[in-house]
Ligand binder design. Sequence first.
Ligand code: TEU
Ligand code: CA
Length: 555
Amino acid sequence: MTIGNNSRAYELGSKVCYQIYIRSFSDSNGDGIGDLRGITQRLDYLVDLGVDCLWITPFFPSPQNDNGYDVSDYCAIEPVFGTMDDFEELSREAEARGIGLMLDMVFNHTSTSHVWFQKALAGDPTYIEYYKFVDAEPGATAENPGNPPTNWESKFGGNAWEYVPQLNKWYLHLFDVSQADLNWDNPQVRSELAKILRFWRSKGVGAFRFDVVNLISKPEVLENDYEGDGRRFYSDGPHIHEYLQELVREGGIDGLMTVGEMSSTSLESCIGYSNPDNHELSMTFNFHHLKVDYPGGEKWELMEPDIVRLRELFATWQEGMATGGGWNALFWSNHDQPRPNSRFGDTDRYWRESSELLAVCTHLMRGTPYIYQGEELGQTISDFTTIDQYRDVESLNYYRILQERGHSPKEAFEIVHARSRDDGRTPMAWDDSANAGFTSGEPWLGLSGNYTQINAKAEMADSASVYSFFKRLVALRKAERTIQAGSIHFIESADKVIAYERELDGTRIVVQCNFSGVEQPGLALDGGEVLVSNYDEPAAPGILRPWEGTAHIWR
Ligand code: TEU
Ligand code: CA
């Protein structure tokens, strides 16, 4: 999937990506865990939906402490997910259907089971230099290792440093203790990682996602953060652009479709990452819009989403990336987020309308949309009722931490239930048979009970379903150049409404989205025809119905 510079907006803007969380997509052998052959068996479904590219979450050898984001070998296949032959078959079958594969490269850290880390633990100085090891204070012992090098916090809870007695050193892990951060300041590390890209290129892979790639460049001086958890020191770090340019050049991936996951990033940095002049990435994911229900930025406390703030963030990022020549990945959902309709919509009273409203809002923006498996069906968060139904390391850690912070077990559960990554990881609902057709065995994570209604088979047969609506949005992006490449401008609107317009060569599209279950004032529009709407009948002029998402077009 090569993207030429001149026609970049048309190219990137006409594509739709689909994210497969492999564990939960489709299980071909009854062990309860999705796998590569399971994906191959479902390709025709993805053709029907009309997507161009499949981002598949990591399927490399891994102890699975973080479900594959703890990689122990980057150039092989985890047996639970299949074999290299299975991968090659998937790749061939996808290509035959005009679908590209996007591999997920976890290059900020490796599993501590990786041979590099194992050699480091054995004292090999070459490999100690592969990671962020720091000497312990004099007199440190296993029982009493003293202070860690900094007070930085792991994203999964607790201090980000782990003491290794036999080396008398600490190593950095921004995520789980079994995910050791690589030392990108070491040129040998950078060259190993570029080699991995060349390996997958030689297998015909034409697109890549880079996991938390804006965290790779750590500051030279490691200091305590008295204002936060340390992220301001290492997010969009000092050599980030240089390292990314080198990786892209040496990995032989310049001009391919690539996306970087950017944690706590800035608009300016993302313009840098995705402006083609810099030869870094095609586009970036950022998460600011998914924190509008975090009180004071705190993920583990609850509040209603702030729609005014959401509009501000969309406007800033959409208009700012356009001005700076950057490109956005458009999304509400992934394997780290609770299902967006449960979170921003009303799945009790307006399940269909609010699921579709969210899609209207992002699919008509400037950028490349990503659909996360099951989102196109309107799948909701889990209906788990006890903590032992959860598997995710972050969720289990925070269930404990929230209680240490003084929450009752019931409160801690409620927060975890609203925020857990597992709430978006329940298996894909294919049909209304046992385990939704996901597996013939025992699923690794429980299903949502509503799969008997919300499933692919039922929705494919219904032209008024959420699935059919998503399919229409995908087709619309391919048909309308104004959606692919038009300018974008946000329009003043009521507090619960997000409205914007797109324009290209005299064609204008106005999108209005009501993020509430009550009527809201809409814009006074001068004619135009309805391009797409989640309501069949036109509304009275100037009115938006509950969770209405409607676009008008003037040609
Ligand atoms: O996620 C990066 C990341 O920081 C989050 O989305 C994280 O889950 C959240 O901030 C915790 O509150 C990526 C992957 O998508 C995720 O699945 C991995 O666990 C993580 O990197 C580590 O590789
Ligand atoms: Ca399986």
